[in-house]
Design a protein around this ligand. Structure first.
Ligand SMILES: O=C(O)CCC(=O)C(=O)O
Ligand SMILES: [Fe+2]
Length: 343
């Protein structure tokens, strides 16, 4: 997570979107209104469920040699051509998937005063509010967010850990430990698809940085005018995204310069390659832009884990992936340096 900026910044008035929704304003406040004609359009031939690669994790871990090879090829294709995939049989207990969703939803349903006990200070990324608002004239997303630093322990801010719902902290901790293991394992299989030794990333990353963000987008009567989450790519190495059961279809990823919706698969997790892995792989694996749209009647919850190397590690394309046919495409930087500019 980005360090706290040293000078205070002015972000202007930020409406809480759940409160706005309750107040049913006749028009959407201007700061939320986006120019939907700007940028890429929605894909006409929408991808079907099977288009965005699905990785059966248990076949990578416990499958026969053939299973492993098929799945591993699929994983390589996903990282190269899509930057996104959905992982099934990931080994995280269904009850934990349900519990994190329940505590997240219950948190967002608390009265505003309760949630505001954990405010996200302007320019910072932990607590309740809207992340990435850095100026008074910036557009806002139709989304409430709650974010916490998880690992290493020094990025935790105990004052921002809610005491309600009662099981919140405990559930976030248990869930985050499981997701951390999944990230470490996925990175092993990803390394092997590149012909690298399995623990290359683990050795390189030091004590990896991990953060969780919960996004809640209430329905919006003018969903054609607002965005749940602006287009961005993630600064992480890997991102693990859990889409709420019964939530509206909101995530869209950029594919061939068109927005392609990701159809949720029950109990699956969506994984995407972040900027850090794109740099390390010298651009072989892609960090793809994505956004979230809102729905007229349905709300949407997503629970997102960002997994990245320690802030102190210097990052650049791995020498194994640079040669005369693949010249170095990125300059070296530390993860901390990178986080000053983006997330
Ligand atoms: O809510 C989603 O589907 C997208 C979340 C996301 O991209 C993020 O939090 O970085
Ligand atoms: Fe993202």
């Amino acid at each position: 997570m980005a360090p706290v900026p040293s000078s205070p910044i002015k972000v202007g008035h930020i409406d809480d979107v759940q409160e706005l929704r309750k107040a049913k304003p006749k028009t959407i406040p201007e700061r939320f209104v986006r120019d939907m004609n700007e940028g890429p359009t929605l894909a006409i031939a929408l991808p079907s469920l099977s288009d965005i690669p699905i990785i059966n994790f248990s076949r990578l871990v416990n499958g026969s040699k053939d299973d492993y090879q098929t799945e591993s090829l699929q994983l390589a294709r996903a990282c190269k051509e899509w930057g996104f995939f959905q992982v099934i049989n990931h080994g995280i207990n269904l009850s934990l998937i349900e519990s994190i969703e329940e505590v997240a939803k219950n948190f967002f349903m608390l009265p505003l005063e309760e949630k505001q006990k954990y405010p996200m200070a302007p320019g910072t990324v932990q607590g309740y509010g809207q992340a990435f608002v850095f100026s008074e004239d910036q557009n806002l997303d139709w989304c409430n967010m709650f974010a916490l630093g998880i690992e290493p322990p020094y990025i935790r801010n105990p004052k921002l850990w809610p005491i309600k719902p009662t099981k919140f902290g405990e559930t976030v901790d248990v869930y985050s430990r499981e997701v951390r293991k999944l990230c470490q394992n996925l990175l092993k299989y990803i390394a092997m698809t590149l012909g690298l030794k399995a623990d290359i990333f683990e050795e390189m990353f030091g004590v990896a940085v991990q953060a969780i963000r919960m996004n809640y987008c209430p329905p919006c009567s003018r969903h054609d005018l607002v965005l749940g989450l602006s287009p961005h790519s993630d600064g992480s190495a890997l991102t693990v995204l859990q889409q709420g059961n019964g939530s509206s279809v909101g995530l869209q990823i950029l594919k061939d310069n068109k927005w392609a919706p990701v159809q949720p698969i029950s109990n699956a997790l969506v994984i995407n390659i972040g900027d850090t892995l794109e740099v390390l792989t010298n651009g072989k694996y892609k960090s793809v832009e994505h956004r979230a749209v809102t729905h007229k009647e349905k709300d949407r919850l997503s629970i997102v884990t960002f997994y990245a190397p320690s802030y102190e590690i210097e990052l650049g394309p791995m020498p194994e992936l640079v040669d005369e046919n693949n010249p170095c495409n990125y300059r070296r930087h530390t993860h901390r340096e990178y986080n000053k500019h983006c997330n």
